[in-house]
Structures are given as C-alpha cells and as structure tokens.
Design a protein around this ligand. Structure first.
Ligand code: ADP
Length: 531
C-alpha cells in the first residue's frame, strides 16, 4: 500500500491534470496547482511567478498566482524577483540566487513567513516559471518536501506550456481571420464534400449571403452561375479526376455569378486543393475575384474601337469620294460643284482634326496631364461670340445669351472654356433637331459663377443622366444613334471644368428639354479693377 502522503499526492495531481484538461482559464489552473501544493506541503502561503522575457541577460518575473499572501504585497514580490540572472543549465537554474531571495521574502516579518521552498518550472529544458511555498512555523522543508513540490512544478510548467500554445494558436487564428476578412477577394473554405466552412467578409458583397447563412451550405447553393465561359465547373472537374495531388493546377471558372438578390457579379473563381500529409484532400480554398473593372475596361476598349473606326471612316470615305470625283479626267465640273466638293473636303478634314484633338485630350487626361493656361476670361463676351458663330450653323434654332451686367471675369484657360461652351452649344443644337430656343445664361453667386446652356429638345432619359459625362458614353436614344458623336465631349468638358475647381451637371426631363450647368469659382484677385 502507498503511504498516506503518496495517496494524497496522487489525488492532488489527478485533480490538477483534470483541471488542466478542462480548459479552465489559465489563472484558475495555476491557482489550483498552487493551492494543492501548499496543502500537501502544509504551507500557509505560496506563489507562482512566470518568466517574461526581459532585456539583456536578465529575466523579468511576474507573480501570476498567489495564495495566502495579501494583494498589497504582490508588487513587493515582483520587485524582489526582478532581474534574476540567466543561468546556462535550467536544471540548476540560479537556485542559490533563488534561495537567497527566498530568504529575503521569508524575512518580510509582517507576513510572518519563516521558511520557504522554491523550484523552477521547466518544460523542454526551459525555465518558464518559479513556484514557492512558505511556512509560517519553525519547521524547515525537507528533501522529501522538495521532491513533492517538484511534481507540482512539472504540472504547473505543463499548464504554462499549454496556455502558451493555446495563446499562440488563438493568435494565429485571429491573424488568419483578420487576413481573410481584410482580403479584397471573396474567400471560401470548403470541405471535400463542398460544404462551406469559412466565408469571408468580401463574399457578403459578392454574393449577398451572410457568413451565418452561408456556412454549412453546399458550394452550389452560394456559387451559382447565371452564365459562364466554356469549361468545367468544380463538380465537373472533380468528376474528371481533379485534383490529382497538391501539384494540380488550380481550377478557374469565369462568368456572371447570380447574387442572392438576383443581381449579377462578374467574377473569376479559382479553386485550390489542400492535402494532408497522407495525401488526402482536406479542404478546397475558393477565391472569388470581382472582375467588373476588367469587364468595363474590355467594354470600353471595344466601344472605343467601334466608335473610332466609325467616326474615322465616315470623314475619310467622304474626303476620298469627293477627291476621286474631282480627279476624274473624263468629267468636267463647273466652278460651283468644285467649290461645293472642296467645302465638304475641308469640313470633313476639320472634323477629323477635331476628333483627333479630342482623342489626344482624353489620353492626356488619362495620363493626368491637363494643363491650364490661365488668364482673366470674360465669359459673357465669350458666350456672345460663340452664339454668333453657331447662329450661322442653324436656321431652326433661336440662339440667345442672357448675362447680368458687370458679369465678373473668371481666372481660366480661355481656349479650354471655349471648348466646353462650344461642346454644350453644339450638343444643344445636335440633340434638338426639331429646333427651338437655345439659351446661354450667366448667374453670379457669392463664391461662384454659373453658366447654363438650355435647349428645347427631347431631353435625356433618366437612365442615361448619370452616365452622360462618362468616357465614350453615348445615350441609348434613337436620336443619339442617328446623330454623329464620340461620347467624349461631355467627358472632356467635365475634366476641364473640374480642373478649374468647378462642377458640371445636367437637368433634363424627357420632352421638356435639357439644361447643362457648370460653375466656376469667383476670381477675387483683381475684382475691383475688373468691375
Ligand atoms: P457625343 O455628343 O459625341 O455623343 P457627348 O459627351 O457630348 O458625346 O454627349 C454624351 C451623350 O449625352 C450624347 O450621346 C447624348 O446622348 C447625350 N446628350 C448630350 N447633350 C444632350 C442634349 N442637349 N440633349 C439630349 N441629349 C444630350
């Protein structure tokens, strides 16, 4: 039979290992170990100090659990334990030094502690803490007591190690969560049977599902294709043996994902397998990349090509046609026909030049290089000049200008502002083919001036309104389709106005005409001189 203290020791140790595996919080486990050790060693007080890496060759210790010691003394203990020198052999870890300090601790007379015994807590050859037990009566600790305490020191060391590992794992998990949630692409983690295990934040926007709703569901419930490029889906690829092993290339599927609200998300989805050491498939990582921008760029490119080819072809064909006709040696042309043909050639050549200028401006803008050549500009005079010029181009429209007297000048690039106003006037005429009034108005506000150009045309559909300033955007109306254009005019006008620190906007109701407005900041520099 075991001697009595062995039985009790066994019971205490059993209780402690239970506590360690019960996932109790770390401080509770340490307190239980300490209490059991104190009881078994007939001590009245005890403490566990844990090592926290200090600077240089010294170590910092902090009391993390104590028993039988008033709170107020703990800081004092922390101080006594500060800077215990490092020792090469953890088994003999600074024992003489500990004993010396123990003596000092025991001598804290007000505590009434007479004897102390302390041991290092060692895991994997590393000292992670110190455990002390104190007695308040005159009976020194024996070698047997020390042996007993060492079994508690081992348990405490294991508990510390566990807590550290747990902390590390939960920190790694938190880090992984933060990475996944902060990731711009949608990320899913699938089981081999395609059940969703993880669903990051970006997926919410891409699919319309929330993590709580999506986790546990089948992949096919959340990743639904309204349309996709030819090629296998995840299930089809697996039926063909994908993934063979960890070196298998990721599977890629591209198309339009059906969102939960019925909307579409253009997306490229990559599937990458994860295998365990035995070569078994454990997870599939799914990366959902929003390709809306890419699609828009592709569309823009094809719009660009179709508009440019059309806009370039028409004048070139006209020029060539007229030139070839004039060139014919078998025909004699009267002076009027020659003049008329040459006028068409000149006009079309001008159109080409204008188009090329617009394209150059658009590409300069893209490169961020729109330079303004500023000087004082009298917008009222500028508007009057342009209206006179446009009057010669139409008989159906009644053009007029309405500016208050003493309209203040602005500081701007006259050529660029002429381009903006010309574009608005030319649109007002082009897009109101039935004629009507076209009016340029000026208004003065304390901080800005506002210029508007209104027409009495058919107006702009609500769906087109937000997009008319976009590059290459042309309205969807039948009228727009009949009228020549590149969709660059308003885009450039917006860029010019904004480069001046102003704003451009439009108001229109179908059937009620259209008014474009732009504002420019008031020029305060020489206001008094110019008035
Ligand atoms: P473009 O005239 O070369 O097509 P813009 O950038 O000047 O390009 O205009 C973009 C679109 O806005 C036009 O295609 C047309 O649909 C619409 N729009 C512009 N001005 C008017 C207007 N005054 N009335 C009706 N629609 C207009």
């Amino acid at each position: 039979m075991l001697p009595d203290f062995r039985v009790r020791q066994r019971d205490y140790l059993l209780e402690i290992s239970r506590a360690i595996t019960q996932e109790l919080d770390f401080a509770t486990v340490l307190r239980r170990i300490l209490q059991s050790a104190a009881e078994l060693l007939a001590g009245q007080a005890g403490l566990i100090a844990l090592r926290e890496d200090g600077t240089g060759a010294s170590i910092r210790w902090h009391v993390r659990a104590y028993y039988g010691i008033p709170d107020a003394y703990i800081a004092y203990f922390d101080e006594l334990l500060a800077d215990v020198p490092e020792h090469g052999d953890p088994q003999r870890f600074a024992l003489p030094e500990i004993n010396r300090r123990l003596q000092a601790i025991a001598e804290v007379s007000t505590l009434g502690l007479l004897h102390g015994v302390g041991l290092p807590m060692i895991v994997r050859n590393e000292v992670v803490g110190l455990i002390f037990i104190f007695r308040s009566y005159a009976s020194a600790f024996t070698a047997n007591d020390r042996a007993l305490l060492s079994s508690f020191a081992i348990q405490a060391a294991i508990a510390v190690q566990n807590a550290k590992l747990y902390q590390q794992v939960s920190w790694e998990k938190r880090r992984l969560d933060a990475v996944l949630d902060g990731y711009a692409d949608g990320i899913l983690l699938l089981t081999p049977s395609h059940r969703i295990e993880r669903f990051n934040r970006a997926m919410i926007k891409l699919t319309g599902w929330t993590p709580a709703e999506a986790i546990g569901r089948d992949h096919d419930e959340v990743i639904r294709w309204a349309w996709r490029e030819p090629g296998p889906t995840l299930a089809e690829a697996e039926a063909n043996g994908w993934p063979l092993d960890e070196h298998s290339a990721p599977l890629y599927v591209e198309g339009d994902l059906l969102r939960r609200d019925g909307g579409l998300t253009p997306a490229g989805v990559s599937y990458a397998p994860i295998f365990d050491r035995e070569g078994r498939l454990v997870n599939i990582i799914v990366d959902v990349h929003d390709i809306t921008k890419f699609r828009e760029a592709e569309e823009l490119k094809s719009t660009f090509i179709s508009i440019i080819s059309h806009e370039l072809k028409t004048p070139v064909a006209l020029i060539k046609g007229y030139a070839e006709t004039l060139q014919r040696e078998d025909a004699k042309w009267d002076a009027a026909t020659v003049q008329e043909s040459l006028a068409v050639i000149t006009e079309e050549a001008d159109r080409l030049t204008e188009l090329i200028e617009k394209l150059l401006d658009a590409s300069r803008l893209q490169a961020g290089a729109l330079k303004l050549n500023r000087s004082e500009v009298a917008l009222d005079a500028l508007a009057a000049r342009l209206v006179e010029k446009f009057k010669t181009q139409t008989t159906k429209h009644t053009l007029s200008v309405e500016f208050p007297d003493n309209f203040p000048p602005v500081l701007g690039d006259e050529e660029r502002l002429t381009q903006v106003l010309s574009n608005l006037l030319s649109n007002a005429i082009k897009y109101a083919p039935g004629g009507g009034a076209v009016t340029v108005r000026g208004r003065v506000e304390p901080e800005r001036v506002i210029i508007s150009v209104s027409d009495e045309g058919p107006g702009i559909a609500a769906a087109d309104l937000p997009r008319v300033f976009d590059r290459f955007y042309r309205g969807e109306s039948e009228l727009t389709k009949r009228v020549k254009g590149t969709g660059l005019g308003l885009f450039l006008a917006k860029a010019v106005v904004e480069a001046h620190g102003g704003r451009i906007w439009v108001e229109s109701k179908p059937g009620k005409g259209t008014t474009f407005f732009f504002s420019l900041p008031r020029y305060n520099g020489q206001m008094t001189d110019s008035r």
